[in-house]
Design a protein around this ligand. Structure first.
Ligand SMILES: Cc1ncc(COP(=O)(O)O)c(C=O)c1O
Length: 422
């Protein structure tokens, strides 16, 4: 599909959908409906992914086992709950390019971010800064500020922000690297989003990791907008840790359990600080209920609590579909769909600008459209008509064509409706 000469007609979109080898996956999802019963044009998978139709049967299995077995379900459910989270380990590892021992599905994103910073943000007088993108997701900003204060430092001097050049909307690779080169000796932790939530910019995580580690910095990524969106090779790229949520491109459902990666070099033998809970304790002796903490090896050693089985069940339904489709074919379609959307938008672009990078390796599925004036009203009006994107203050309308369930016709119709609404 890449290299296709796009055409600005619905017929072209129809042909592209007919040729799309992944088109049938759309039928596996519940597509929200308009008041008149038509499919919405849902371009909001960067915020909340759609529900796989199989979710209810996965949930029903666990509800049945709970009803019939009670506590015995921990060992005798069809999929015993004790090791239930491991049903997601191999799939998660494949998705983020990790060894199984490096990943675990647990908690929520911000909780995991704190757990990782407890272990990996170890400020000293000479090296206490955290490097983030300016305008990082608020939860990340609050988390890093509170960690800095927790260690007795002041965000005013310990928080370093990467800022695009004047008049530019996203960061240049060379500016990230030169800042790391210049200030790296005072940076304890580099924490960037794999894909920025406002602009949709995808960072060169391999290069950033290399540059940071050459300067002795710990490197972590918030992959909320990257996981399930772009291919990841966390083990090879070598960041120290990464965290992500599973409810955006990964369709695990609202508030779904999150993901966490700890590189093997730490995960196998960790003697640094960590906040511990009983589910991180060696499973062989966990139920001896002893007072001393002996961690599991791998990322599992960072678990706190016994996990929410119903939420994991919903995520399993989605991950099965991901495995079947494969991240590489999904990415190929995603590049094409987003390219098509950009092609159509650029033909209409006198009243707005696109603030997402143009290079395909610098973005995922999301395009962010800067709308001057009352852009939010336009976004709300489109939503009322069943065209679902979302708005991020002060001026960004975000839309993502998700390759699992969006079609070329969705993209074509979206641009038509958007232009009309403008
Ligand atoms: C980039 C990013 N980081 C962090 C969060 C916070 O996630 P959670 O509420 O699951 O902790 C979000 C939520 O949308 C996000 O987009």
């Amino acid at each position: 599909m890449t290299g296709t000469q796009f055409q600005p007609s619905e017929d072209f979109a129809v042909v592209m959908d007919a040729r799309d080898p992944l088109a049938h996956f759309r039928g596996r999802f519940c597509i929200p409906k308009t008041k008149t019963g038509d499919d919405c044009i849902y371009l909001c998978g960067h915020s909340l992914g759609l529900q796989p139709k199989t979710v209810s049967s996965y949930l029903e299995q666990e509800l049945r086992d709970w009803a019939q077995l009670g506590v015995e379900g921990h060992f005798h459910a069809k999929n015993p709950w004790m090791p239930y989270h491991r049903l997601l380990t191999q799939q998660t590892a494949t998705l983020v390019g990790a060894q199984p021992t490096e990943v675990v599905v647990m908690n929520s994103l911000t909780v995991n971010l704190h757990l990782m910073m407890v272990s990996f943000y170890r400020p000293t007088i000479g090296r206490h800064k955290i490097l983030v993108e300016r305008g990082a997701f608020p939860s990340d900003q609050y988390a890093v500020q509170s960690q800095i204060r927790f260690h007795g430092f002041d965000p005013a001097s310990s928080l370093l922000e990467l800022t695009p050049r004047d008049g530019e909307s996203y960061l240049r690779d060379e500016d990230i690297e030169s800042l790391i080169d210049r200030d790296g000796d005072s940076i304890a932790l580099i924490l960037l989003g794999g894909v920025n939530y406002v602009t949709g910019q995808a960072f060169d995580m391999a290069e950033i990791t290399k540059a940071g580690q050459q300067k002795g910095c710990v490197v972590g990524f918030d992959l909320a907008h990257a996981a399930g969106n772009i291919p990841l090779r966390l083990h090879d790229w070598g960041p120290d840790f990464a965290v992500w949520c599973n409810y955006k491109y990964l369709n695990g459902g609202p508030g779904c359990v999150a993901g966490c990666f700890v590189h093997e070099r730490h995960a196998r033998a960790w003697d640094g600080p960590r906040f511990a809970g009983w589910w991180g304790h060696d499973e062989k002796t966990r139920f001896q209920m002893g007072p001393d903490f002996h961690p599991m090896t791998g990322a599992e050693g960072w678990q706190l609590s016994n996990p929410p089985i119903l939420a994991l069940a919903a995520l399993r339904a989605s991950m099965e579909i991901f495995v079947e489709a494969g991240i590489e074919p999904l990415r190929a379609k995603s590049v094409s769909l987003t390219g098509y959307m950009e092609f159509l938008l650029r033909q209409q672009s006198s009243k707005f600008s696109i603030i997402t990078p143009r290079e395909e390796e610098r973005r995922g599925a999301q395009l962010s459209i800067r709308l001057p004036g009352d852009g939010r009203k336009l976004c709300d009006r489109l939503a009322a008509e069943g065209v679902i994107g979302d708005w991020r203050e002060p001026d960004a309308f975000r839309v993502a064509a998700v390759p699992l369930y969006n079609s070329y016709q969705d993209v074509y119709r979206f641009v038509q409706r958007f232009s009309a609404a403008l």
